[in-house]
Design a protein. Structure first.
Length: 130
């Protein structure tokens, strides 16, 4: 009776909460420039989303460099400092296991721009007006 049911809905809420906590920690580390890396200090990096695996052992971190400048260089710097980020996240969250972080570029903004461009095409506008 005292057990909490393990429905997919509750599990996904937990994953979202932990992912959001990881996102906040990483954002804070980058904003306060606690990472001693010249590339990361020179760029503003936004952590847009963190997706956790169901066992909370893996986290996919989506990042975007400000104005999309030097994205590959920033990603390389983030990946170089992955051990530091993992250690900090593990210490601050106090989870049973330290999540392995995987940094990927967030392409949702580019996709949104592409869709906006398609929707503003005169042929599409003509169809939408009908």
């Amino acid at each position: 009776m005292g057990q909490v049911s393990d429905h997919p809905e509750t599990r996904s809420v937990r994953l979202l909460k932990v992912g959001e906590q990881v996102r906040h920690i990483l954002s804070e580390l980058l904003t306060r420039q606690e990472v001693h890396d010249d590339v990361l200090s020179a760029h503003s990096v936004s952590v847009t989303e963190v997706r956790m695996s169901p066992d909370l052992r893996h986290a996919t971190v989506f990042v975007k460099a400000l104005l999309g400048k030097d994205e590959e260089v920033v990603l390389k710097a983030l990946r170089t400092n992955t051990a530091y980020f993992q250690r900090e996240v593990a210490q601050r969250l106090r989870l049973k296991y330290a999540a392995k972080l995987k940094f990927l570029p967030d392409e949702s903004f580019d996709e949104a721009s592409r869709i906006e461009q398609l929707l503003s095409d005169p042929k599409v506008l003509r169809d939408l007006e009908d």
